[in-house]
Design a protein around this ligand. Structure first.
Ligand code: RP5
Length: 169
């Protein structure tokens, strides 16, 4: 027996440390839209709004979320702190920072101590897109409809890659 998540309440929570992260995290929303995965978006800062973060993480599972995608830049504690307060899988997207081009964000998110995992993606929009695809893959384990949509998305991507330089010129 499989369930269908389409048209249901949000299954994925997309959170970001600042509104300035949205141009990056929009890539996550775009791929979830393409796959018809319901999601919610919120600005939740580990440093500037710690109580909002606590409330979000502590209630996420009871509200029906299945995966959280957290994007942040610089001293990017949002994914790790979120993971510390929920059993849900947390995927971290390092946002490209102005000062250090996102290397600071990447290391902040990736270097979690053993025991509190964050699945860390690539810096920037590639990581944001892949976070959405990874979340969809997790949800597709119990949703055959989504599994079919994900397979079709991948097949379309494959078909779009020209074999020669002349094609798509
Ligand atoms: C982080 O600080 C945010 O995730 C953002 O990437 C970075 C800069 O935030 P703003 O100063 O643009 O609000 O917390």
């Amino acid at each position: 027996m499989t369930s269908t998540i389409s048209d249901a309440k949000p299954a994925v929570g997309i959170i970001m440390g600042s509104r300035s992260d949205w141009p990056t995290l929009k890539a996550t929303a775009d791929v979830l839209d393409a796959l018809n995965v319901p999601y919610e978006t919120k600005v939740v800062s580990a440093h500037r709004t710690p109580k909002r973060l606590y409330d979000y993480a502590a209630t996420a599972q009871d509200r029906g979320l299945k995966v959280i995608i957290a994007g942040a830049g610089g001293a990017a504690h949002l994914p790790g702190m979120t993971a510390s307060m929920t059993m849900l899988p947390v995927l971290g997207v390092p946002v490209e920072s102005r000062a250090l081009k996102g290397l600071d964000s990447l290391l902040s998110i990736a270097q979690m101590p053993a025991g509190v995992p964050v699945g860390t993606l690539a810096i920037g929009q590639a990581g944001a897109t892949n976070a959405g695809l990874l979340a969809a893959g997790i949800l597709a384990l119990s949703d055959t409809g989504l599994a079919a949509r994900l397979a079709a998305w991948r097949a379309a991507q494959t078909a779009s890659i020209a074999e020669t330089l002349e094609d798509n010129a």
